[in-house]
Unconditional design. Structure first.
Lengths: 290, 100
């Protein structure tokens, strides 16, 4: 067992374990944790497949973005009715039967296809099994022995160990050098238009998400906030008038009940204990005291 | 490692994600199942890019899948928050209408 096989065993087992535990766990926060384990191990599998840029993007986008967004969603929707959201027994039995039959079907299909023969047919364009050994092309064997044998990729960059960043970037801006079947280097078409489309799509999706998730109904506490600022302004105004004239202006205290209560309390204060401050016109700090 | 081993891992991911989508009643649990399924598709594309003549094209499409998954998570989370604001629950069995 080589190091690569050991790493594949570790990453594949943790990926499958995380995925199965996501399906089995009922606690939503633990589901998010197991999803994190599965996604990180899948990024390790991407590294083993020589897709370094995609593995880094998987770690950044999934672990750094999507799973954190999911955890925030769990926390934002944590309250409410505390009902059990676990499925009933019959649903569990039906789901388990369906899942087991599906995974048996998929594994049987994967195991029954001769992938190497299909690969050589796709590379050489000949259906006859005598062409199973393709001739050695311009690129040398870049990887060690693997069961699929020929590692020569018709595309520059793919197949080299850990050098997919340049190839992906040039493919995204429309340049994709590749070898054709006659072993000539030609300039293929890239992915500039899909790149633009998906960037506009991402912008539209983010605007739509912000539109959907906005707070439509104002809560009573948030509706009271502009009145609170106006009462604080009124307080300063009334206290200033108390300081200057010694009593509240009755014309200002008619508009709102809050203002009325405020001026009444001001009258009480200025009438009982604090008249010595308000009657002194030389005191500069009387507004803060009252 | 051969192509079949990676495809087997991807099959397990797909089956788990589909089971998660079918059985969970929490809306964000369904969303996690969708993430698992997209992840299995991504793993398939990268494995074929490595072991067949698909080349860099498979990795480009896997990158698109990752971007689509992020966008889908954002929109689905917004819908889940909207649903929670209206009904005070995230049980998808009660989600027969999104507006009241």
């Amino acid at each position: 067992m080589t190091v690569l096989q050991f790493l594949f065993a570790v990453f594949a087992s943790t990926t499958c374990l995380g995925a199965v535990m996501v399906a089995l766990t009922q606690n939503i926060v633990r589901m998010a944790f197991w999803l994190m384990v599965s996604v990180a191990s899948a990024a390790g599998l991407f590294f083993l497949l020589h897709a370094d840029f995609l593995a880094a993007a998987q770690l950044l986008v999934y672990l750094g973005g999507t799973v954190v967004i999911l955890v925030f969603g769990v926390m934002l929707t944590a309250g409410g009715r505390t009902r059990s959201l676990s499925p009933t027994g019959g649903e569990t039995i039906v789901a388990a039967a369906l899942a087991l039959s599906l995974i048996m079907l998929l594994l049987f299909t994967v195991g029954s296809v001769d992938w190497e023969r299909l690969n050589t047919i796709a590379k050489t364009g000949q259906v006859s099994p005598t062409a199973a050994q393709p001739k050695n092309e311009a690129e040398p064997q870049l990887t060690e022995s693997s069961p699929t044998g020929d590692e020569n990729s018709p595309v520059l960059g793919a197949g080299r160990k850990g050098d997919t960043g340049h190839a992906l970037g040039s493919a995204m801006i429309g340049f994709r050098p590749q070898w054709n079947r006659e072993n000539q280097l030609v300039l293929g078409t890239g992915y500039l238009l899909p790149f633009e489309i998906i960037s506009v799509h991402l912008l539209v999706v983010l605007i739509g998400a912000a539109y959907l998730a906005r707070a439509k109904r104002q809560l009573p506490s948030s509706r009271r906030s502009p009145d609170a600022t106006s009462t604080s302004l009124l307080w300063d105004q009334d206290s200033a008038q108390l300081d200057s004239s010694g009593s509240a202006n009755p014309a200002l205290s008619q508009s709102s009940p809050v203002r009325d209560d405020l001026s009444r309390s001001q009258n009480l204060v200025s009438g009982t204990g604090f008249s010595m401050f308000t009657s002194d016109p030389q005191s500069p700090n009387s507004g803060e005291v009252s | 490692m051969s192509l079949g081993a990676y495809l087997a891992v991807s099959a397990v991911l797909f089956a788990s994600g589909l089971t998660c989508m079918m059985t969970k009643r929490h809306a964000l649990g369904v969303l996690m199942g969708v993430e698992l399924i997209l992840n299995s598709a991504c793993l398939n594309l990268i494995a074929f890019a490595r072991y067949t003549s698909l080349g860099i094209d498979g990795q480009v499409f896997a990158l698109f899948v990752i971007v689509i998954a992020a966008a889908e998570a954002a929109v689905a989370l917004a819908i889940a928050l909207n649903y929670y604001n209206n009904f005070l629950t995230v049980d998808v069995d009660r989600g027969d209408e999104l507006k009241r």
